[in-house]
Design a protein. Structure first.
Length: 187
């Protein structure tokens, strides 16, 4: 019986040893599984953070691209508006030169052309940098047309003298327009 007791004690010790080893292995595996899960969570969080950063970067780039496009469109609109103003001024100056070389009796057509250009200039959409300049241009054109009309009427044979006051005002208004035009940023 003693032998059986010795075997029973050994069996109990062996069972306890197996249980202890099993617990140690189980704890170790649990720790390893928890560590692996923690690493997986950290990896997922890192990936999510990288995705969020990439999305934010793409959004910033898209906003920059939109801002660049808007700036380009604004620049294009400014260039187009300034081109329209320059074109009207050139055509008006050409018509004024023609009127200057035309006899008093034949001025009706050149003056009508200048009046049409004056109306066109007054209706142009002006960029902010040329808002007051447009008014100065319209005034210069109006005064030039008025000068030619007074010259054509030649009241009391003073057409030349009366027209010169209008031409002087037209010159001052045109100088103000040119100053405003040169202040507009070049596209």
């Amino acid at each position: 019986m003693q032998r059986q007791r010795g075997v029973s004690v050994l069996a109990i010790i062996a069972v306890v040893a197996v249980i202890v080893v099993g617990l140690v292995v189980y704890k170790e595996r649990s720790r390893a599984a928890a560590k692996a899960e923690q690493q997986r969570i950290e990896l997922v969080q890192r990936q999510e953070a990288e995705r969020a950063a990439a999305a934010a970067q793409r959004e910033r780039e898209a906003l920059q691209e939109q801002a660049k496009k808007a700036e380009q469109e604004k620049s294009d609109l400014l260039a187009q508006a300034l081109k329209q103003f320059d074109d009207v001024v050139v055509r008006f100056n050409d018509a004024s030169r023609v009127a200057g070389g035309t006899g008093r009796i034949a001025l009706a057509q050149p003056v009508a052309t200048m009046q049409a250009l004056h109306r066109e200039a007054a209706q142009l959409a002006a960029p902010p940098c040329l808002a007051t300049g447009r008014d100065d241009l319209a005034d210069a054109m109006k005064e030039t047309v008025e000068a030619y009309l007074v010259f054509m009427q030649n009241r009391d044979k003073l057409g030349d003298i009366l027209a010169s006051a209008h031409f002087d005002r037209a010159t001052k208004s045109m100088e103000r327009y040119r100053s405003a035009r040169s202040a507009c940023p070049a596209p």
